[in-house]
Design a protein around this ligand. Structure first.
Ligand SMILES: NC(=O)c1ccc[n+]([C@@H]2O[C@H](COP(=O)([O-])OP(=O)(O)OC[C@H]3O[C@@H](n4cnc5c(N)ncnc54)[C@H](OP(=O)(O)O)[C@@H]3O)[C@@H](O)[C@H]2O)c1
Length: 279
């Protein structure tokens, strides 16, 4: 079991136990970072509260004011537009001065969140992605004005429970949101397209999908474990006048590199607007 996250008698509250909030809770519970009694969560609707309480076995409430006073860590996972509302509610509920706030809200900077709070609480901003649901996410995080090394270590422990975790400078966040935050959606589109391609050349769909998913997983592991450049790995599977070079040429004809670059560029532009509250 990993070292516990919380001091005795203190709790961790998740404000917004949706997809991301629940995935993080599940990771922390599974890794023994906290007990079920130390965790609580809230959602907007009663239905979501009931669902999370049943699936994770923790306390969930819509009116969480009474629980805030004991919270040592507050994990904020509502939609970005709710940030101000949540900050106001936490303040009114008497949030402790030493409570650490961890926000996964896309586009909301630490400075903006600190401004919403109007207090000197430590804030850590993070950007996870949905593979956190299966323990293979990648999360980046950074500290705000009042966050210490200890706060960053706490955040790192939380995000390591659902995959990899990297501390980065905050100015990279919009680009990272567009690359690895949105990234799973790009990968799913590529997988779906390749599975269709398999069907086109005569494979049953289930078989095509299994081949594609494992090929994507294996290729990613090759890059991570060998440390070699993808171009070098690609050369290894490209024999002169063979079928792979023929397929690659078609991908280049279709401008796959610039299409992917433009997709990330556009997603970055949109996340910048999100951060300014323009969406
Ligand atoms: N999903 C991703 O891939 C991803 C990746 C990185 C970061 N994020 C960030 O994570 C955050 C949540 O995204 P998500 O995909 O997990 O969304 P989600 O599934 O819709 O979850 C949002 C949760 O917040 C609850 N909620 C809404 N308003 C609330 C309020 N005023 N007070 C308390 N709870 C409230 C919702 O309750 P109900 O269920 O009752 O509506 C829901 O449980 C977003 O800020 C997003 O930018 C998401």
């Amino acid at each position: 079991m990993s070292e516990a996250l919380l001091s005795s008698g203190r709790t961790l509250g998740v404000i917004g136990a949706g997809v991301m909030g629940s995935a993080l809770l599940k990771g922390m519970l599974n890794h023994g970072l906290l007990t079920r009694q130390q965790a609580w969560a809230t959602a907007k609707t009663e239905a979501s509260c009931v669902e999370v309480a049943q699936s994770l076995g923790i306390t969930t409430v819509r009116e969480y004011e009474e629980l805030v006073a004991d919270a040592e860590i507050l994990l904020i996972a509502v939609k970005p537009a709710q940030a101000q509302k949540v900050a106001d509610r936490l303040k009114q509920a008497g949030m402790r001065k030493d409570a650490l706030l961890i926000s996964v809200l896309a586009g909301v900077t630490t400075a903006r969140f600190e401004e919403f709070l109007g207090a000197e609480n430590a804030v850590v901003r993070a950007m996870p992605n949905t593979p956190c649901l299966v323990g293979h996410g990648i999360t980046v995080y950074c500290g705000g004005r009042w966050a210490t090394e200890k706060h960053l270590e706490v955040a790192q422990k939380i995000f390591l429970s659902v995959g990899k975790a990297l501390e980065v400078e905050e100015h990279y966040f919009n680009a990272i949101t567009a690359l690895s935050g949105s990234g799973p959606a790009y990968m799913y589109l590529v997988m779906e397209s390749l599975a269709d391609a398999g069907v086109r050349v005569g494979l049953p769909r289930d078989l095509a999908m299994e081949l594609v998913a494992q090929t994507m997983l294996g290729s990613a592991k090759m890059v991570q474990q060998t440390g070699r450049h993808p171009a070098a790995l690609r050369d290894d599977v490209t024999t002169p006048a063979g079928c792979t070079i023929g397929g690659l040429l078609m991908l280049e004809d279709g401008k796959i590199r610039s299409v992917l670059a433009r997709a990330v560029e556009e997603a970055t532009r949109i996340v910048e607007q999100l951060g300014k509250g323009k969406s």
